[in-house]
Write a protein of this length. Structure first.
Length: 422
């Protein structure tokens, strides 16, 4: 696979931080551009359109949030990573609205930054390979090594090549058509991939209306024992008006991309959803709640005195407790609930179709479960909870702020308790 070296725009107003990270980033990119504030960063972005933007939030002239908003107007899918300090919490919720790729707290964990850059590089390589598939499909259409079918202008099959027939388990097209009305009968319904919706329209006519990079099907073999994921290409022959359909297998590519996606959206330590995944789930949950006028509640929870656990027992023990804690929560919430690690020892639960009263009861049940659970140290571990529920005019920001305020009150009033904010 061709190695992809992303261009990086780094925006940072602190000279010492800028010098250190610029040198670090040059290990992973042949093109690192540096700006000292948001205005300079935006100008460099307009001129160079870099693959990745890494920026501080608090900066003179134009802060990182405002700069990122302007960049998103120019490129909605732009990958942006914020580096920020704990004192920048007031900016986090506004950043959620833009669905930035990630946040890294200062002082910057270089290992975490390296992982994020590598994840982005892997996704770029996958996109490159997918584009390459699309570019060469016409060139390989006649090759016997690719599954290939030819249809006439009325979408009647007139030829299946040997590789396709072998996969289907038939010696000829004629024998296949005696048992199947259409090749689409071998397509397996898979979420996110094409499957015919209208039996009155031939599947080729239906799939032609889909973007070329979305023409992906799952096709079962002769005895239904396995499936191949294929990217389809349709080529029209002008003179004969025939349509050549090629099936390029991308099963391993899809599995690899799924793994990368899992890593990008999963907290490495606890294996629950990370903040990036939470932002996506939160957006969808708000939309569904508005659309169906249904309840949506949120619980923010923070392990009490967790720093003392790390100080007294070591970070290995602390990590093990976080993993046990996450597993305990997952075992005591519903399958439809969303549980994510927000950062450090702070977690968040989204509860669809759940009233404020029920959310409070769930939080109280979790509080007792945690307090009575044996985490393997000679110390009782407790947790503080902030609970709220969506009201009609809520945005993601206002809903999260109420839960955060309730959590702060729970910790400020003695910890190991549930506080509700209406």
């Amino acid at each position: 696979m061709k190695r992809t070296f992303p261009s990086i725009l780094f925006v940072e107003d602190e000279p010492a931080v800028r010098f250190e990270l610029e040198r670090f980033l040059q290990r992973y990119s042949r093109n690192v551009m540096v700006a000292t504030n948001g205005e300079e960063g935006l100008e460099l972005f307009k001129k160079n359109m870099p693959d990745i933007v890494i920026s501080d939030i608090k900066m003179p002239k134009m802060n990182g949030i405002d700069m990122a908003k302007e960049m998103k107007k120019l490129s909605a899918e732009q990958t942006i990573i914020f580096t920020t300090a704990h004192s920048d919490n007031s900016y986090f919720l506004e950043a959620i609205e833009m669905q930035v790729y990630g946040y890294i707290l200062k002082p910057v964990d270089l290992g975490l930054l390296k992982k994020k850059i590598n994840d982005i590089k892997k996704n770029m390589e996958l996109e490159y390979q997918k584009r390459l598939y699309e570019d060469i499909l016409n060139d390989i259409a006649q090759m016997q090594n690719t599954m290939l079918a030819v249809y006439n202008e009325k979408y009647v099959p007139i030829f299946y090549n040997k590789k396709l027939l072998n996969y289907l388990g038939y010696p000829s097209l004629e024998t296949f058509l005696k048992e199947h009305k259409s090749l689409s009968s071998k397509f397996k319904h898979t979420e996110g991939y094409f499957s015919p919706k209208n039996n009155n329209i031939h599947w080729i006519e239906e799939i032609k209306s889909i973007a070329s990079n979305k023409r992906i099907i799952t096709m079962q073999n002769a005895d239904m024992s396995k499936s191949k994921i294929c990217l389809l290409s349709l080529s029209n022959i002008t003179e004969s008006k025939n349509i050549i359909v090629t099936f390029s297998e991308i099963t391993s590519l899809v599995k690899e991309k799924r793994q990368y996606k899992h890593e990008a959206y999963t907290d490495e330590l606890t294996q629950v959803d990370n903040r990036a995944k939470f932002n996506i789930v939160f957006e969808r949950a708000i939309e569904q709640s508005k659309k169906h006028q249904s309840n949506l509640s949120m619980i923010l929870l923070d392990i009490d005195y967790f720093k003392q656990i790390n100080d007294n027992h070591g970070h290995t023990v602390g990590d093990n407790i976080l993993k046990m804690f996450a597993k305990l929560i997952l075992n005591n919430i519903r399958a439809e609930d969303s549980f994510s690690r927000w950062g450090g020892e702070e977690f968040v639960i989204l509860l669809p179709n759940t009233s404020l009263r029920d959310a409070k009861n769930i939080a109280e049940n979790l509080r007792v479960c945690i307090e009575t659970y044996d985490f393997g140290i000679n110390k009782k571990i407790t947790c503080s909870f902030g609970v709220t529920a969506k009201i009609k005019k809520d945005t993601k920001t206002s809903l999260f702020e109420r839960a955060d305020k309730a959590l702060y009150e729970a910790k400020d009033s003695g910890r190991n308790r549930v506080v509700v904010n209406t």
